[in-house]
Write a protein that binds this ligand. Structure first.
Ligand code: ZN
Length: 390
């Protein structure tokens, strides 16, 4: 079994070890060391990165049966004695996120008695799942405030070991299924959890904790959060986004919410006005539309199915009229309509047109539509429909 140096020395970034086993993993090599400072993926926390014997580590995982840690490299090291170098930024980030999670999970229990059932440390954000169906922003704000207070109190974060026989007296936040000697992370006077991850030494190292939001996941609530340097990066990104909005709409930064709301309202009013004007315009077009021997027929380009249907319905208000319209846009579409006093079944006419040119569609005897027709031109389809009608 590999000795886990990170258990007691989470600050250790450089170490020397001996290669005690090698696995062939296709074009990669799995290395087992007598001891390691590399954290393997487990407990919701991803593995460390870095180099081993100067070769980049691409993965690191636990072999459940043997308890060995497998270091996956692109090539085999030259020597049996190797030097490991843990990626400092990634380790620091993971320590911040994981320790922040302990504090946050305890804060949820303290304020609302909502236990955490799972944790995931993601590339951009982290999540915990709570056994509660919903959480309001106000409740999340209170938890965030408490968690940040604990961080600022700069409490020591200790590592202790308790034998499973004495685990009941250890005062854990959450029962553990681990056996034997159990590693406990102790946020002084605040939280005790069985955990194998890498953590900070003092809560102030966590930095700020920010809850980004919560969503319902089955009968639980998934809380998304970030800690430490991620909060700063997120604040910068949020600020840049706000500045862009503020410049675009020429409004002071903190007044953008009401400014955007009024721009949005104006947009909705303008859209409605355009719709009204479009309808009026279509009305005029329908009245002036040329109708010969009771037939209104025309091919268009890029007018869209909604306009085509509206226009056909408006023309069909004229007594004794059959309307055959086609439009060539992203696909070839047709709309057939007839006035209320006509006996022509345009749905039947559409079926015959689809038989000839393919496509999908349907409708009623007085209004029918289809799209995806395959023809040389919109005019060719209309000519066929007109001949079929006669
Ligand atoms: Zn932990």
């Amino acid at each position: 079994m590999t000795t886990r140096l990170y258990y007691n020395e989470p600050d250790l970034l450089e170490f020397e070890a001996e290669v005690v086993g090698t696995l062939s993993l296709g074009d990669r090599t799995g290395i087992i060391l007598d001891r390691t400072a590399f954290y393997p993926t487990s407990g919701g926390q991803p593995h460390d990165l870095g180099t081993l014997g100067g070769i980049a580590l691409v993965d690191c995982y636990e072999d459940e049966e043997s308890g060995d840690i497998i270091h996956v490299l692109r090539a085999k090291p030259d020597s049996v004695r190797v030097r490991g170098q843990v990626d400092a930024d990634r380790r620091k980030d993971h320590r911040q996120q994981h320790s922040g999670q302990h504090v946050l999970s305890r804060a949820f229990v303290e304020l609302y008695n909502w236990p955490t059932v799972s944790f995931h440390l993601g590339v951009a954000t982290c999540t915990i799942d709570l056994t509660v169906e919903s959480a309001s922003r106000e409740q999340l704000d209170r938890v965030e405030e408490l968690a940040n207070r604990i961080v600022q109190e700069n409490r020591a974060v200790g590592i202790r070991y308790v034998n499973e026989e004495n685990i009941a007296e250890a005062g854990l936040r959450k029962a553990t299924e681990r056996t034997g000697e159990i590693r406990i992370i102790d946020v002084s006077g605040y939280d005790r959890s069985a955990c194998g991850g890498t953590h900070v030494r003092n809560t102030h190292e966590i930095g700020p904790i920010q809850i980004l939001g919560a969503s319902r996941a089955k009968k639980q609530t998934r809380v998304e959060f970030i800690c430490g340097d991620r909060v700063l990066r997120h604040a910068h990104a949020t600020r840049r986004a706000l500045e862009t909005i503020s410049q675009t709409i020429s409004s002071p930064l903190l007044e953008t919410p009401s400014a955007v709301a009024s721009v949005w309202q104006e947009l909705q009013q303008a859209k409605k006005r355009i719709d009204d004007l479009d309808a009026q315009l279509l009305g005029h077009e329908a009245v002036a539309f040329p109708v010969h021997d009771g037939l209104a027929i025309a091919a268009f380009k890029d007018r869209g199915i909604d306009t085509l249907k509206l226009l056909a319905a408006k023309i069909a208000k004229r007594p004794g009229t059959v309307v055959l319209l086609a439009d060539q846009g992203d696909q070839l579409r047709v709309v057939f309509a007839r006035s209320a006093d006509s006996t022509v079944d345009v749905a039947a006419l559409l079926r015959k047109t689809i038989e000839k040119f393919g496509g999908r569609g349907g409708g009623r005897p007085d209004l029918a539509q289809a799209g995806g027709l395959t023809a040389a031109s919109a005019e060719a389809v209309l000519q066929f429909a007109q001949e079929t009608l006669r």
